[in-house]
Design a protein around this ligand. Structure first.
Ligand code: S3P
Length: 170
């Protein structure tokens, strides 16, 4: 039988990429980072795609990649924070994977992203933008059946409950 994917969703700065690395190391499963894959394929960074092509083009690229990856098995997939904006993305990932939402307080997110310059949606008043966007998207993240609050947890500690859940139904 083919193994399910593990799909990490959640707001920017909740630790999807680092937790994905830990999960891949601990399971031996292949790691796919959606933002990195989009950047590689387009030959541009995410900020360049947003600036030159616009957010709708980025969302289409994201959607196409979800359709492709959700047909595969045995992957650890770290998504971009906006993946929840299209409910079809989550529905597709749920068909072949365990979807887990990583969460963190606005304060933790700000601390983690304070010096970051690679997030086009946080290019102005970062604290204000995090608070506003998180508030707007909260219902979408809360709708995901499985969530892990990462505040105060190490990457290894974040991975533990995810691996427990996955072991129940690999
Ligand atoms: C976005 C999150 C980013 C990236 C893009 C848009 C979002 O990914 O996909 O900047 O809409 O929340 P991370 O969550 O990995 O930062």
């Amino acid at each position: 039988m083919s193994k399910r994917n593990i799909v990490l969703v959640g707001f920017m700065g909740t630790g999807k990429t680092v937790t994905g690395r830990v999960l891949a190391a601990r399971t031996g499963m292949e790691l796919v980072d959606m933002d990195s894959m989009i950047e590689e394929r387009q030959g541009k960074t995410i900020p360049e795609i947003f600036a030159q092509d616009g957010e709708p083009v980025f969302r289409t690229l994201e959607r196409e990649l979800v359709q492709e990856l959700s047909k595969r098995n045995g992957l650890i997939i770290s998504t971009g924070g906006g993946i929840v904006l299209n409910p079809d993305n989550i529905a597709d990932f749920e068909k072949t994977g365990l979807v887990v939402c990583l969460k963190a307080s606005p304060e933790t997110i700000f601390q983690r992203l304070e010096k970051d310059t690679g997030r086009p949606l946080l290019s102005g008043d970062k604290k204000g933008q995090i608070a506003a966007l998180l508030e707007k998207r909260k219902p979408l993240y809360d709708a995901i059946a499985h969530g892990v609050n990462t505040d105060g947890l190490t990457d290894e500690q974040t991975a533990d409950p995810i691996l427990k859940l996955y072991a129940l139904e690999p």
